[in-house]
Design a protein around this ligand. Structure first.
Ligand SMILES: Cc1cc2nc3c(=O)[nH]c(=O)nc-3n(C[C@H](O)[C@H](O)[C@H](O)COP(=O)(O)O)c2cc1C
Length: 359
């Protein structure tokens, strides 16, 4: 299996399976001299950790991170940083009976067809558990970005077809962690929560939309032509399990606009060039413009649902039915927030370092 590394100048390699002894990440290219403790990383892992509310899987992992290399006297040395997170609450018993009957919507069938032999326990490498390693790497990327005045926020804007009303940046900062669905519109959050509970009691799941915003990104991030900033962001976000769509700025709405509606006019404000709208989502020609970078991801409903579903037995090549047990998220968007922020941070840290005139 290749493709476990993401990034060029600031790169992460994640490793490990959901039900193996541990998962982890190696971060290569982190600048020297950055103050870094396990607490910096733990904070982000605690936001991703399962079992925190009834909108997430009851699997209880404390996700304690251990730094194995790359830090001396509390600062990065510029050498690879290796992080370890032990798996403590894996229960593989529910996966034995479904090892030859692929779960519809999950990666079981395609892994089987590609590799023939796979770690089926908990979805193995295709499990969302792998995202803990990304979040750990992303926490370091965030720290690099904060030192350059860059902040990343994410919030649920739609869940189970319930749409949030527009909110301010301050409302996102204040409200997202105050409710289990991580929606900054608190009225909508309550209705969304009801939808999650309803889906769970119907042995079903729901999807939604998450918006990710990067503030303080200066003009100049992004490398034409194949490493455009929007292309790298789309790749980073689409690479998260369950993400089926990525929009930047106006996104798919742009197809129905006229040029005069879509274009973001420039003006001088306090001696600086600014745009009076942001349909481009902060990126023009693959390069950041200095406006906020805004994107949205469409997240599908959790594939593992506890109701009978049609599938096949891959050994006998016959039709059969599956009822999935095990512990699963009834909805993914609230849990994907720290993962999406981490992926955005990894892209921006990579481009910050590549934009050497700025770093
Ligand atoms: C944060 C997060 C939590 C997830 N939780 C679950 C889960 O509990 N059960 C499940 O079947 N899939 C879960 N998924 C989705 C699967 O990982 C994903 O659907 C699977 O790997 C197949 O990939 P695809 O949906 O991109 O095709 C989760 C994904 C993320 C990002």
């Amino acid at each position: 299996m290749v493709g476990n590394t993401f990034g060029k100048a600031f790169a992460i390699t994640t490793w490990g399976e959901s039900h193996g002894p541990a998962i982890g990440v190696v971060i290569d290219g982190c600048p020297c001299g950055l103050e870094l403790t396990e607490a910096d990383i733990q904070h982000e892992l605690d936001r991703r950790r399962p079992g925190q509310s009834d909108v997430s899987t009851p699997r209880k992992e404390d996700d304690k991170v251990e730094i194995l290399s790359g830090i001396f006297q509390g600062k990065t040395t510029g050498t690879p940083i290796s992080l370890l997170i032990c798996n403590k609450d894996a229960d593989s018993s529910k996966y034995e009976s479904i090892k030859d009957t692929p779960r519809p919507g999950h990666a079981d069938y395609t892994y089987f067809m590609k590799y023939g032999f796979r770690d089926y326990r908990g979805g193995g490498r295709a499990s969302a558990r792998e995202t803990a390693a990304r979040v750990a790497g992303g926490a370091i990327a965030k720290k690099v970005l904060v030192a350059h005045g860059i902040e990343i926020l994410a919030h649920v804007v739609e869940l189970g077809s319930v749409k949030a009303s527009p909110v301010t940046i301050d409302e996102i900062r204040t409200n997202v962690e105050s409710n289990p669905v991580r929606c900054a519109d608190l009225k909508a959050a309550e209705i969304m929560l009801g939808k999650v509970k309803q889906a769970r009691s119907n042995n079903d799941s729901i999807g939604g939309i998450v918006e990710i915003i990067a503030l303080g990104v200066p003009p100049g991030f992004g490398e034409p032509v194949f490493d455009k900033l929007d292309a790298d962001i789309a790749r980073a976000l689409m690479g998260i399990g369950a993400v089926k769509g990525v929009e930047i700025g106006a996104g798919f709405v742009c197809a129905g606009l006229t040029g005069s509606q879509m274009n973001d006019p420039f003006e001088i404000n306090n001696g600086k060039v600014v745009c009076t709208s942001n349909n481009a989502g902060g990126i023009l020609g693959g390069i950041s413009s200095g406006e906020n970078i805004i994107c949205r991801i469409a997240v599908k409903p959790t594939p593992s649902i506890a109701r009978p579903q049609k599938t096949v037995d891959l050994l006998s090549l016959s039709d059969t039915e599956i009822v999935i047990q095990g512990r699963h998220d009834p909805t993914i968007p609230p849990r994907i927030i720290p993962v999406a922020e981490a992926m955005m941070a990894l892209v921006l840290a990579d481009h910050l370092i590549r934009a050497d005139h700025l770093s």
